[in-house]
Write a protein that binds this ligand. Structure first.
Ligand SMILES: *[C@@H]1O[C@H](CO)[C@@H](O)[C@H](O)[C@H]1NC(C)=O
Ligand SMILES: *[C@@H]1O[C@H](CO)[C@@H](O)[C@H](O)[C@H]1NC(C)=O
Ligand SMILES: [Zn+2]
Length: 309
């Protein structure tokens, strides 16, 4: 009896590891030969992934609600240069951020410290972001993951509904290279295979990777989850409207990384998830440009200003 129980326990833990363990994958990795757990099966591995506050989402700007409390962020030590470890973790490229780089303001309930940042991308500059804005998928998205400053590990923070704050930035293809990204993009060559890592020897700051502060006042806010298993619903999301420019060559450099099976690491995004009644807010100073222009035009017409005499 005891032996049977032991066997059952062993067999089920084995099955757990083989079929539902860390073996999750993106849709781009799923083939008949490699039947990994693609996004629609993530909930088999972790029930959180079938929750009602999942990320990413599509933001319908027309349905966002302006919130005056969403003031500009206060960034502390974002300018400070550090020699981070950059790693191919088998799903993305991730840089570990040392302590003391914090954000506050921005309608956040607390001060949050940066822990790591990583990217989601497509195929050679094609659609690759996780969040979409009015259905538009950008070529890439970076997530700077923060946790409440008093926590010492992310696991604790993920057990708190507001424990984690992620800043998301989109990228757009530009004609010229973004020299501030050189240290990071050059390092990709040394970490092509999963688990490979290297140090950003010339150093990097968080500030150099993101837009200037005056270009970060327009953003969207909603409550959601991690976009990879275990999909913990503990994230206050901020999505900045202004994208970061990178050249096509720079965007393509990410596709040189490899998944575990040696195939190019591409399309590393989870499909958008249902809103399930959640409200998306926009910062007080965010304007929806098109409607603002229309409004001005309408007012001008009403006032007779646009009538040539
Ligand atoms: C980096 O790679 C080395 C092997 O080259 C390994 O010993 C070390 O644990 C790795 N570090 C991280 C943070 O993954
Ligand atoms: C702000 O963004 C605009 C448009 O994306 C860009 O032209 C401008 O140079 C940026 N300003 C700063 C100070 O980065
Ligand atoms: Zn992410």
């Amino acid at each position: 009896m005891q032996r049977l129980l032991m066997f059952t326990l062993l067999a089920s833990s084995l099955l757990w590891t083989v079929c539902t363990g860390a073996d999750w994958c993106y849709q781009s990795q799923f083939t008949c030969d490699h039947q990994c757990n693609a996004p629609e099966k993530w909930s088999h591995a972790n029930g959180n992934c079938a929750g009602t506050r999942q990320s990413p989402i599509n933001v319908v700007t027309r349905k966002t609600v302006k919130d005056e409390r969403l003031t500009p962020f206060k960034f502390s030590n974002y300018q400070e240069i550090f020699r981070g470890t950059i790693k191919n973790n088998g799903h993305s490229v991730q840089v570990t951020v040392p302590d003391h780089r914090t954000i506050s303001g921005g309608g956040l309930p607390d001060s949050y410290k940066a822990v790591q940042f990583h990217f989601h991308w497509g195929i050679n500059g094609g659609p690759g972001s996780e969040h979409t804005i009015d259905g538009e998928q950008y070529p890439m998205e970076v997530h700077i993951v923060h946790m409440k400053s008093h926590y010492t590990d992310l696991k604790r923070a993920l057990a708190d509904e507001e424990g984690v704050a992620v800043l998301g930035f989109f990228y757009e293809a530009s004609n010229s290279g973004n020299r501030k990204y050189d240290p990071l993009i050059n390092a990709l060559r040394s970490i092509k295979t999963p688990n490979a890592n290297t140090t950003l020897v010339s150093g990097i700051s968080l500030a150099q990777l993101i837009p200037s502060e005056q270009n970060m006042t327009n953003y969207y806010r909603y409550k959601g989850s991690l976009t990879t298993p275990d999909c913990s619903q503990a994230v206050i999301w901020t999505l900045f409207e202004n994208p970061i420019p990178l050249s096509t060559d720079q965007l393509q450099a990410f596709a040189e990384l490899k998944f575990h099976d040696g195939k190019p690491m591409v399309d590393t995004f989870r499909p958008v998830q249902p809103l399930n009644g959640r409200q998306v807010y926009r910062s007080g100073s965010a304007v929806i440009l098109a409607s603002a222009v229309l409004l001005v035009a309408a007012m001008a017409t009403a006032l007779g200003l646009s009538q040539p005499n």
